[in-house]
Ligand binder design. Structure first.
Ligand code: PEP
Length: 249
């Protein structure tokens, strides 16, 4: 049995006041069986972590990206070691917004996943096709190339320490969600590919879905056999919605 995992990606949203309010709203809810984490902007990681630690909420904190370097003259970058230092447990790598706006290649994403592991953290590796690629019938080819680039570097056993996130680019922040059958089909292809390298790793890997997940569609998505939770953007900004989604996983 794979334990559900629901991770919130706040992207470039939030403030100290927002975090205070989010925490006090979340505190009103009961704990869930699902493993949860929030990835705020870098500057709020320590604050969020400290606030969670002094609350009754059991929730991890993660980062939305990291550098491919350990340290040095890389202005504006943050190393995975630094994220470990401030108490992160997860790091998202290969989010489509990084691939799209920062030209991150499959190879760079694989290097980032490696840095995350070297820092003792858990990578959440994102894969997903654009609308153009889906319409051209290239979904499987694209997501498998993204996955295999990472597996070639870190191996299936290490990916299991974190998670794989399938996020069709056309569903992110658009309000369009993949129908559960569509998402399940891709999740199964991804799992089968990991299994072909290592059967146990394929069975235990958590593959989470992202793309306009809301309380109203979470249950049907998470009921699919190969969907083990979600990576949640917009809806994670509302404590109530994030909790409802976590409850569905
Ligand atoms: C995301 O950015 O990872 C995401 C899934 O966003 P949204 O839930 O807003 O579509």
């Amino acid at each position: 049995m794979r334990r559900g995992l629901v991770v919130g990606n706040w992207k470039m949203n939030g403030s100290l006041e927002f975090i205070e309010n989010w925490i006090s709203q979340y505190t009103a809810f009961l704990e869930t069986q699902t493993e949860t984490a929030i990835c705020p902007p870098y500057v709020y990681i320590s604050f969020l972590r400290n606030r969670l630690m002094t609350s009754a909420i059991h929730m991890g904190v993660g980062a939305q990206d990291c550098s491919v370097h350990n340290d040095g003259a890389y202005t504006g970058e943050v190393a995975a070691n630094m994220l470990a230092d401030v108490g992160c447990s997860f790091v998202i790598v290969g989010h489509s917004e990084r691939r799209q706006y920062h030209s991150e290649s499959n190879e760079m994403v694989a290097m980032k996943a490696q840095k995350v592991l070297e820092a003792g953290l858990r990578p959440i590796v994102c894969v997903g096709e654009t609308l153009e690629e889906r319409e051209a019938g290239r979904t499987n080819e694209v997501v498998l190339a993204q996955l295999n680039a990472v597996l070639d570097v870190i191996g299936p056993e290490m990916l299991v320490t974190g998670a794989l996130a399938y996020e069709p680019v056309w569903a992110i922040g658009t309000g369009k969600t993949a129908i559960p059958e569509e998402a399940q089909e891709v999740h199964k292809i991804l799992r089968d590919s990991v299994k072909s390298r290592n059967s146990d790793a394929g069975d235990s890997l958590r593959i989470i879905y992202g793309g306009s997940v809301k309380p109203s569609n979470a249950q049907k998505l998470f009921a699919c056999p190969d969907i083990d939770g979600g990576l949640i953007g917009g809806a994670s900004l509302k404590a109530e919605d994030f909790y409802a989604i976590a409850q569905a996983a």
